[in-house]
Ligand binder design. Structure first.
Ligand SMILES: *Cc1c(COP(=O)(O)O)cnc(C)c1O
Length: 363
């Protein structure tokens, strides 16, 4: 059956599942002693959690998501590997759900430990979140002994102490070393398994590689390192693309788009592309934000509308209505678009909207 969505409007995210696997294999090879879990919360950073999970399931030891409902979507799609729920239980009955669907819950408050007490059937690893300086979730280091004393011997045997970094993307920042040292002290004291590294930890901080690493952003071929270093073997998994639906010539002095914020300094050719902020292209992308078209880079001209953007193609000759434009992907990095939009790659990926279709390819 014809996909009417893609016939009438070719705006879409193309997801390269081969790139995903090759990124995973490269990043896992950086930490050969660790089990590298694939973090696929937020619909796999909006790459499509079910398809991403199915592609990765043969090569990953486990997945991680943010909350229980995200895990259930994967279970309902037939994913059987371990799933860690990073924000843990929100209510006591989440333990029953976890038992029924084999979910591993991150435990980070005394309430969670109380809920755990009569759950004999909950036989997963006991993930305890430790706050080593992020001050978001977790027990303080000096509370951990008391928490562990409340565990049964079998829960104690499967203990995993887990912490999360606040600045691992900045290699010069000494904060990460201090967070590693704090968790290491507890690991020695309780001789247990541990997990610290996110993407930036995997890339920047070998000392943080644990029994489990939690790989998110870099899996999708996007750099977590600041300032945006290109990480050579990584391949961007997502290409955000749309087509040109109109081309106009305008005179010098005329303006383009809402608010008349952009004015032509010379006779200018403007191409209109069928993507806007309702698709997740950032409204605050500034004039000059690059797009890629037929081998050239062209700049955004004028404000991003709900369903369209306008670009200046005066300096490019071989462009026609119907041509495909890459908004980000293998030629224009999502980091570049993020920089022009005063935000970060994580936000641009995860804010793509539900109306944007996805196509999955093997390169
Ligand atoms: C999102 C998340 C990760 C993955 O982080 P990336 O920077 O995307 O690799 C790891 N651990 C926790 C607790 C998270 O919330």
């Amino acid at each position: 059956m014809a996909d009417t969505k893609s016939v009438s409007r070719k705006t879409k995210a193309v997801i390269d599942l081969s790139a995903l696997i090759s990124n995973y294999q490269y990043l896992a090879s950086l930490a050969p002693q660790s089990k590298t879990m694939a973090v696929i919360k937020a619909n796999a950073y909006e790459h499509g959690a079910i398809e991403v999970a199915k592609a990765l399931e043969p090569v990953v030891p486990a997945f991680a998501v943010a909350f229980v409902d995200e895990a259930l979507l994967l279970r309902n799609a037939g994913i059987t590997k371990t799933i860690l729920v990073l924000e843990g239980p929100f209510k006591k009955s989440d333990f029953s759900t976890a038992i029924a669907h084999k979910l591993t819950l991150m435990l980070h408050t005394q309430q969670h430990i109380d809920w755990l007490k009569n759950q004999e059937q909950y036989r997963h690893d006991t993930w305890i979140k430790v706050d080593t300086g992020m001050n978001r979730l977790g027990f303080h280091c000096d509370e951990v002994a008391d928490v562990i004393s409340q565990l049964s011997p079998s829960q104690r045997k499967q203990l995993v102490l887990c912490t999360h970094f606040s600045t691992a993307e900045v290699p010069e920042n000494p904060k990460t070393a201090s967070q590693i040292a704090k968790l290491n002290q507890l690991i020695e004291q309780f001789s247990c398994q541990f997990s610290m590294a996110n993407s930036a930890g995997i890339l920047n901080w070998p000392a943080s590689h644990g029994d489990f690493n939690r790989l998110g952003l870099a899996l999708y071929g996007v750099s977590p390192i600041k300032p945006c270093a290109i990480v050579e073997p990584l391949i961007p998994v997502m290409t955000l693309q749309a087509n040109i639906i109109a081309i106009h010539a305008i005179k010098a002095g005329e303006t383009v788009g809402y608010g008349d914020t952009w004015q032509a300094k010379r006779p200018t050719t403007i191409a209109v592309i069928a993507i806007g902020y309702a698709d997740g292209y950032p409204r605050n992308a500034k004039a000059g934000t690059p797009v890629y078209i037929n081998g050239h880079i062209a700049p955004l001209a004028g404000r991003v509308s709900m369903d369209m953007i306008t670009i200046d193609i005066t300096d490019i000759s071989d462009v026609a209505v119907g041509d495909t434009v890459e908004l980000w992907g293998k030629h224009v990095s999502v980091d570049t678009v993020a920089a022009y939009s005063d935000t970060i790659n994580y936000e641009l990926l995860t804010r793509l909207s539900a109306r944007l279709p996805k196509t999955f390819v093997q390169s």
